[in-house]
Design a protein around this ligand. Structure first.
Ligand SMILES: Nc1nc(C(F)(F)F)ncc1COP(=O)(O)OP(=O)(O)O
Ligand SMILES: [Mg+2]
Length: 218
């Protein structure tokens, strides 16, 4: 699979990001709207735990598998292994990427959050397949996020690693993500712009059509 293409419209969701919508319906609409990868991120207030979390993960994975959308699990490496997910995303405070690679093997996708060139270098050396960089803009989705970073860290990492897959994250919407791509990101990670949209399918279609224009201009 081409990781850079998978990163184009990378939807991240948990059951507590969907407001009054039914989470599995939101995911199906996002798939129908053209997301290119999905991250199962069940954490924070009112997040599911235990067997309910596992079952929700299996249900999401089934929808992604039917559509050939890669399914990534956030933080929970054991859950990813148990259900046979396509990969894992870990942050700086989660399990070390090198340990994750040992547990998952070479054929799974490992994503790592990075905020600086130093963290990017470490993630790449540890065997990451992509890095998530941000937050580009202020976000209310992740309460313990780092300060707003803008696109500077993406530019710095891109200058040192011309081809390494980078996805931007943090407060991204159809009308504001272009600078992240122009700075060198291969794609965008989205939570609330899809999960909280009145029509998640149309919101995804808008992001995908805008991405086509931006990528062609970049
Ligand atoms: N979940 C993420 N996904 C991405 C992705 F690259 F996929 F866009 N980038 C960054 C994060 C943030 O990861 P982390 O710092 O561990 O916080 P949390 O576990 O609360 O998400
Ligand atoms: Mg994490």
């Amino acid at each position: 699979m081409n990781i850079k293409e998978a990163l184009r419209i990378y939807f991240i969701m948990g059951s507590n990001n969907c407001g009054s919508h039914e989470p599995l319906d939101v995911l199906q609409q996002a798939i129908d709207g053209g997301i290119t990868m999905f991250q199962f991120r069940e954490k924070g207030d009112d997040a599911l735990t235990g067997e309910a979390k596992k079952q929700f993960a299996r249900d999401c994975f089934r929808l992604c598998k039917q559509a050939n959308v890669p399914f990534i699990v956030n933080d929970d490496v054991d859950l990813a292994i148990e259900i046979g997910a396509d990969g894992v995303h870990v942050g700086q405070d989660d399990l070390d990427a090198g340990v994750v690679r040992q547990k998952l093997g070479s054929d799974k996708i490992i994503g790592v959050s990075s905020h600086t060139l130093q963290e990017s270098k470490a993630a790449i050396e540890a065997g990451a397949d992509y890095i998530g960089m941000g937050p580009i803009y202020a976000t209310t989705t992740k309460l313990d996020t780092n300060p707003v970073a803008g696109t500077k860290a993406i530019q710095e990492t891109r200058q040192h690693f011309a081809q390494f897959p980078i996805v931007a994250i943090g407060g991204l919407q159809a009308d504001n993500f272009a600078p992240a791509i122009e700075a060198g990101a291969d794609g965008i990670s989205i939570i609330s712009a899809i999960a909280s949209a009145p029509n998640p399918k149309e919101a995804t279609e808008k992001l995908a059509s805008t991405m086509k224009e931006v990528i062609n201009d970049a």
